[in-house]
Design a protein around this ligand. Sequence first.
Ligand code: NAD
Length: 366
Amino acid sequence: MTVDILSPGKLKKASPVFGQTSFNDHEQIVFCNDKDTGLKAIIGIHNTVLGPALGGTRMWNYASEWDALNDVLRLSRGMTFKAAITGLNLGGGKAVIIGDAKSEKTPELMKRFGEFVHSLSGKYITAEDVGMETADMDLVRTVTPYVTGISEDKGGAGNPSPVTAYGVFMGMKAAAQFTYGSNNLEGKKVLVEGIGHVGEVLVEHITNEGGEVIISDINEARLEEVSKKYGATVYRGNDPYIADVDIYAPCALGATINDDTFHKLNATIVAGAANNQLADENKHALLLQERGITYAPDFLINAGGIINVYAELEKYDRHEIMRKTENIYDTTLEILNTSEMRGITTHQAALEVALERIAARKAANK
Ligand code: NAD
């Protein structure tokens, strides 16, 4: 059966799930529906060759259910490569809950979601993502053990966002080393777009090193708070992509590097926390490269959070979490050098390392 999908500017025919543009040999997609709590969620399991599919749950007011499906397909695929390149024995998965996290998230809805996670018997393990807090994972934990990112007093590794921010900072420094010949960010102008859980801590690291931070966000109260706390400048123009900066750090949502933005960027480095920063990963990675912009692959440098939650499963301590996260610096530098040596994009260089690890495990499992 085919259905018509109305996307901006074009009407295209596609099979409902397997024909989605973001479908990429995903193993399993689970649609969760509960009338009583109003839960509408989709769990995407992309690949479990390296281990159970681990990835956060995002709650977002999607414009359409197709947008939610595409998001979970893209995000879960990214998790596969993130775990693989970071050397973790995890597969890639992600979940999305359709709705406004501020007004529609209830304890009943979170617990019902947890029951759906539990029904997968550990094939998918959840954690927090945009719209979720550690407290939400604590609620999920009351109905299933297949959840990470729970509070420290409940035996978890706590909020992963500061660790993610540290990893992004490491990736940014590696990109600076590669591009400018020095990893010191002193005097560098950095645009941090999205100053949420990760963005704020990133602002702190850059400021502490003497970098000049410009912040943009759709939340005016956050802008005021973060600007006051770290002395960051608030971007007040109409288009943050044309800002006169050295580094652009996307830390809001994905696909901000697209046909409308890539040519405007003044930055010489793109390094941020957001997942799926490139709207079209092959095309936009190449376009950035052609413009001489160093792109630090998102799934490589934002792996701090998954390193943090993986500690809950493997029982390693904070010292080991930070050591593994710091290692993002070396891996990023290696990937950037490989891409230059082989004349391929940095995204392709990172993807190849991840794919090789998965292929080797698959062959060994046979
Ligand atoms: P968050 O929800 O705490 O913060 C996101 C911020 O972006 C908010 O302040 C929001 O107002 C702002 N925002 C939303 N749309 C915007 C827009 N169009 N322009 C400017 N700002 C906008 O989320 P977070 O946990 O900080 O995560 C940020 C990004 O990093 C997400 O894409 C997430 O998937 C990714 N990520 C997070 C982690 C983690 O540990 N939290 C790990 C890996 C990747």
